[in-house]
Design a protein around this ligand. Structure first.
Ligand code: ATP
Ligand code: MG
Length: 507
């Protein structure tokens, strides 16, 4: 039998106006971890969707050979039956069902026509143990953080007796600790004989766990490497991804922050469902004009809740505390008021970015700036088009046209549309939550440049980030949160990864 579990030969897949895959050939060895890298829109998710039957036979050209036979799946169920499982970029669990229901949903067996729930609860425990998730099978999924939800997805995949596991950016929503755990799990599953294909923009983790790496660019397979034999480095991957060298990761900035522009005093936020629980306790911080301020901490430290509650109480059942902008106390109780006060917010939640997915790119960019784009109450189409085109160019949003339906854009490019919308609204204070999650290295550089440009114009930026190098590379100051409280603050010069991690881990 061949050493390859999966062989993709000359695969081409087109959408109207887009050649998503252009004669792609890749071979995946049995039992290896094979990583797929490439810029946003390079075709990674599309390739995985072809393999797993999301795009059925007949909608692409070329061959997919699995375990020596050419496949012809009509849907995902067909590929599952043969032992292929895919975990998508956006998680697909049912939030209001329990863990065990999610694990067995859609592939339950009955005994004498009866579903034996007790059996399922017992069996799901086995899979939870296997993925190292310390939660009761009856826990409702929406109560779990993203990291744990990811583990439920993997437990679900394992319950189907799989041989090939495809993970599309599995760590993009996880913090360092959770990512580490997940990568260890993947390595453990490999020991048990599972083959794994992992798409990731985090090149450090790719090199850490992958045996082979294939790089796609503009829908073409550019190169494949054996990590050890080829002595593969991040620089080599980046070069093939973007087609040029990219030496520095963070553009230089020479501006110096000015006076305090915003101050938040004694901010406390209560849990949305459990009204007596505080998710943020007595947080006080300040932001200067022309400053980039980072908020670091573990997932669940309260950073997002702090920012969302300040921005129009988009989170929380109740908030206490005060916000001052230009020395004056402001009311930010609704998003409308927060925007009037000069705030803008870009959410971290990829699934729920606030995009109107069935609308085109242009509308999604302009929707928060209708006033600015109108004269005497009438929206200027010309202006709307100009602005949308400008952001498409500046952020390199990959789409055949600004009239494309937003749902058809790749994950990273949808993210860029959200950022464009907030930038167009031109807030004095921009709050970005995980601004580069799921964004490729080249596009990250462009986003960093834009943030630098904003502060050069005198705007101020608050950046919630789980990527410490990003905080250290971009911010003037760094606040560290843990357990709903601000535990410390560093100037850029004095901050190190170790110091931040240390404070972030204090309970
Ligand atoms: N259903 C669709 N209709 C039209 N175009 C599509 C559709 N799905 C994907 N595309 C286009 O195909 C190209 C490849 O998209 P794909 O989602 O595979 O990228 P990706 O490499 O996964 O990117 P990312 O890193 O941003 O997730 C993109 O240009 C995208 O806009
Ligand atoms: Mg993708």
């Amino acid at each position: 039998m061949s050493e390859y579990i999966l062989e993709i030969e000359n695969l081409t897949k087109t959408f109207p106006g887009v050649k998503a895959l252009d004669n792609v050939s890749v071979k995946i060895k049995k039992g290896e971890i094979h990583s797929l890298c490439g810029e946003n829109g390079a075709g990674k998710s599309t390739l995985m969707n072809v393999i797993s039957g999301v795009y059925p036979k007949g909608t692409y050209e070329g061959k997919v050979i699995y375990k020596g036979h050419e496949t012809g799946y009509h849907n995902v169920k067909d590929s599952e039956k043969e032992g292929i499982a895919i975990i998508h970029q956006e998680l697909a669990l049912s939030p209001y069902l329990s863990i065990y229901e999610n694990i067995f949903l859609g592939h339950m067996k009955t005994r004498a026509g009866i579903i034996r729930w007790d059996d399922y609860i017992k069996e799901s425990q086995k899979y939870l143990d296997q993925v190292g998730l310390d939660e009761k099978p009856s826990t409702i999924v929406s109560r779990l953080g993203l990291g744990k939800q990811q583990l439920v997805e993997i437990a679900r995949a394992l319950s189907k007796k799989i041989e090939l596991l495809i993970l599309d950016e599995p760590t993009s929503s996880l913090n360092d600790e959770e990512s580490e755990k997940l990568l260890d799990l993947i390595l453990e599953l490999k020991k048990q004989g599972l083959t794994c294909v992992m798409i990731s923009h985090k090149l450090g983790e790719v090199l850490k766990i992958a045996d082979s790496v294939t790089i796609l660019r503009d829908g073409m397979s550019i190169s494949s490497y054996d990590v050890k034999a080829d002595n593969l480095t991040e620089t080599m991957i980046i070069k093939d991804m973007v087609g040029r060298d990219l030496t520095a990761r963070f553009p230089e900035r020479h501006t110096v922050p000015g006076d305090t522009i915003m101050e938040v005093k004694n901010w406390t936020v209560y849990h949305e469902d459990y009204h007596s629980i505080k998710v943020v306790t007595d947080a006080s911080f300040y932001l200067r004009k022309g400053e980039i301020l980072a908020f670091c901490g573990h997932m669940g430290a309260g950073r997002t809740e702090l920012m969302m509650s300040i921005f129009g109480q988009s989170y929380g059942s109740r908030c206490e505390g005060e916000v001052f902008i230009h020395g004056e106390k402001v009311n930010t109780k609704t998003t409308q008021l927060a925007m009037q006060a000069g705030l803008g917010y870009v959410s971290e939640d990829r699934k729920n970015l606030g995009l109107i997915l069935i609308q085109d790119v242009k509308t999604n960019i302009s929707v928060s700036s209708m006033k600015k784009l109108s004269r005497m109450g009438i929206v200027s189409d010309q202006k709307e088009i100009e602005e949308a085109e400008r952001y498409r160019r500046e952020l390199r949003i990959k789409t055949p046209s600004i009239n494309q339906i937003t749902r058809n854009l790749s994950g990273g490019n949808q993210q860029k549309v959200v950022l464009s919308r907030t930038l167009l609204a031109d807030p004095e204070i921009l709050i970005v939550d995980e601004p580069t999650r799921g964004i490729d290295v080249g596009a990250k550089w462009e986003i960093y440049n834009i943030l630098n440009e904003l502060v050069a114009q005198g705007k101020s930026v608050i950046m919630v980030t789980s990527e410490l190098p990003e905080a250290l590379g971009m911010a003037d100051r760094i606040y560290v949160m843990a357990d709903g409280k601000i535990k410390g603050m560093f100037m850029r010069e004095e901050a190190t990864q170790e110091k931040i991690m240390h404070i972030a881990s204090i309970d």
